[in-house]
Design a protein around this ligand. Structure first.
Ligand code: DGL
Length: 273
């Protein structure tokens, strides 16, 4: 029996933090990852543009016959998920709902902080998702756009990273949140610095683990999960030359990336001309 792969995409390398958790919890699954490195960042772009990009990438992955799609980008999950679900019929998982679920379950004081890109924070997607679970929870949000280039550059625990974290997170710390959602795929890379800045007693929530749990549950319930004795293969596509993706991606994935191919979405017929 041949098993289809899981499709997963992000604006660039950030989604590899989600892929890492998928590989950890579902090592038997094949994956196809697309990083839209030619058009990153999404976090500063309009919802219309982000949705157009997400549609094109989903078309590309669906054409490769995937069984489930993970939008491993908080910005896409925040602004484009409904449009994707309306257009495509396969199961589609975003990272906002799983992160919101986890935050709502771990907070003790009912005060949750959420950090993310400008697009994610402007959409209020996390606030809405958390309040749908428990309307009593107070959600305090903060866009931290500079964390993305810091993570890309590998400046994750130097003075610049610490000072940036201090400035961004001061307000959330003073507001007394006991839980902080890392609402951007790049932020887990800065986890140590963010944790130190917030201090003990603040629980950090990374959507990646919870997303992997959600994916495993869907595959299990729909009998699409591969037998655990098998070993998955992982293929990567990028929309710009692979060099930068390879350099930074190894750090995000926590292992060496192989099999990275550049694709031109227009040539693949995935872009409306
Ligand atoms: N992947 C994006 C996210 O999780 C961060 C990088 C970007 O702005 O494209 O929101």
């Amino acid at each position: 029996m041949s098993w289809k792969a899981i499709g997963i995409f992000d604006s660039g390398v950030g989604g590899l933090t989600v892929l890492k958790e998928i590989i950890k919890s579902l090592p038997q699954e094949d994956t196809l990852y697309l990083g839209d490195t030619a058009r990153v960042p999404y976090g500063t772009k309009s919802p219309e543009t982000v949705t157009r990009y997400a549609m094109e990438i989903t078309t590309f992955l669906v054409n490769r016959d995937i069984k489930l799609l993970i939008a491993a980008c908080n910005t896409v999950s925040a602004v484009s998920l409904e449009a994707l679900k309306q257009r495509f019929s396969l199961p589609i998982v975003g990272v906002i709902e799983p992160g919101a679920r986890r935050a709502a379950s771990v907070t003790k004081t009912g005060k949750v902080g959420v950090i993310g890109t400008e697009g994610t924070i402007r959409s209020s997607a996390y606030t809405k998702a958390i309040k749908r679970i428990n309307p009593e929870i107070e959600v305090i949000t903060r866009a931290c756009p500079l964390f993305v280039p810091l993570a890309e550059e590998g400046w994750i625990d130097n003075d610049v990273a610490r000072l940036t974290a201090e400035i961004y997170l001061r307000g959330l710390k003073n507001d007394g949140v006991d839980t902080l959602v890392l609402g951007c795929t790049h932020y887990p890379i800065l986890r140590e610095t963010i944790a130190t800045t917030m201090g003990e007693g603040v629980q950090l929530v990374d959507s990646a683990e919870e997303t992997a749990r959600t994916v495993a549950e869907i595959l299990r319930n729909s009998c699409m999960i591969r037998p655990p004795a098998e070993r998955g293969n992982h293929h990567y596509f990028v929309t710009d030359v692979p060099a930068g993706f390879l350099k930074v991606g190894n750090r995000f994935l926590g292992e060496t990336l192989h099999d990275v191919h550049q694709v031109v979405l227009e040539k693949e017929g995935c872009v409306a001309q």
